[in-house]
Design a protein around this ligand. Structure first.
Ligand code: MRU
Length: 347
């Protein structure tokens, strides 16, 4: 067992979903019980549960749990399930894993026969989505392991670890496996303004696993890369377009530019659910813009203002790193070059 983080789970009888409220980390480990679609939508929007694969899993489980409380005719119940999928899909636009998971739930709801137990069918589908993600994380870890020799230092951005997935993470998976194999590996974690997923979450889960982690402010990344001892950069992804452009947490693009300048390879780790064949290139990826208050006050709180009310705020949650800055894609189908991504699409 590499980690023991209960980032998500079912409530007894699969009547709801229990999530670790990530907004409270690293100071408080509090679980939140979710029994309605509206509660799940709020949890995803507020980033209580977050990370591209995990919001897909959470939404699927939320739909299945809600199906257990529906009454009316089979047709009516199916319509309600499809409505719940639409509500959850509208919560966050960039991570394609959310739409991917909900499309699976829609397909399963549509294919359920009149006599079939709709709730049972949807629960099984949500379980399959979760289990497949867990397995994909493991394979991503194995594909990235050769990149991390003993003594490796990995620079990462945001959180693409266990807290962002149903398993051991994507970008952090090779690090967990290298550590478990007895290799000395350490991590530089960008703080990741404005919501600090790097310092609050990545540093929390890695130090908990005993992996040496150094937090830096985002503005220090180029200087850190210039020191000359970084083995590679590994980040996760929220959506990968057909040409290999990658949407990930805001700041990833700047990190990729700095890595190229310092001849440090920049890798993107992602499961096949993050590859979007329908999006031709990065400019076509919808980028979520979040509330100005996240930048106006420390941690989104008006109690600690960080900008005057009169200032305008621009707060995109993600940016796009062009494919030419990416050394390789660490996937559940192995370490792939840009020309090999077709292999994952539609899988
Ligand atoms: O806004 P967040 O915290 O959901 O953003 C998360 C990221 O950008 C991750 O890097 C991405 O989802 C990959 S998670 C395996």
């Amino acid at each position: 067992m590499i980690h023991s983080i209960n980032q998500i789970g079912w409530l007894p009888g699969r009547s709801g979903v229990r999530i670790l409220d990530q907004t409270l980390l690293p100071t408080e480990e509090r679980f939140l019980d979710i029994t309605t679609v509206e509660q799940m939508a709020e949890a995803i929007r507020a980033l209580r549960v977050r990370g591209a694969p995990l919001i897909g899993i959470a939404a699927a489980m939320g739909v299945a749990a809600a199906a257990g409380r529906l009454d009316g005719s089979p047709v009516r119940r199916r319509e309600n399930v499809l409505g719940a999928c639409d509500v959850l899909q509208a919560t966050r636009p960039t991570a394609v894993n959310l739409a991917w998971a909900l499309d699976r739930m829609r397909r399963r709801a549509r294919s359920a026969g009149q006599e079939e137990d709709l709730r049972g069918a949807l629960t099984a589908e949500a379980d399959a989505i979760w289990e497949e993600d867990r397995a994909m994380c493991q394979r991503i870890g194995e594909a990235g392991l050769p990149l991390l020799p003993d003594g490796a230092t990995v620079h990462t951005h945001c959180n693409a670890g266990a807290l962002a997935t149903g398993g051991i993470g994507t970008a952090l998976a090779p690090i967990y496996l290298a550590h478990a194999a007895g290799r000395r590996v350490q991590v530089i974690a960008d703080e990741t303004r404005p919501l600090l997923q790097g310092s609050r979450l990545t540093a929390w889960e890695l130090t908990r696993a005993g992996i040496p982690t150094t937090v830096i402010a985002d503005s220090m990344a180029a200087s850190r890369l210039r020191q000359g001892d970084i083995t590679c950069v590994i980040v996760g992804a929220d959506r990968i377009a057909r040409n290999g452009d990658v949407a990930n947490k805001i700041g990833s693009y700047g990190l990729a530019l700095a890595a190229r300048e310092h001849a440090v390879p920049f890798y993107v780790a992602a499961p096949r659910s993050t590859f979007d064949a329908a999006t031709p290139h990065g400019a076509a990826i919808p980028i979520e813009e979040r509330a100005p208050d996240e930048l106006r006050g420390m941690g989104g709180s008006s109690a600690r203002p960080t900008a005057p009310d009169a200032a305008n705020i621009w707060n995109p949650a993600f940016d796009v790193t062009p494919a030419e800055l990416i050394a390789g894609y660490i996937t559940d189908a192995g370490l792939l070059g840009r020309g090999e991504l077709e292999r994952l699409v539609g899988g």
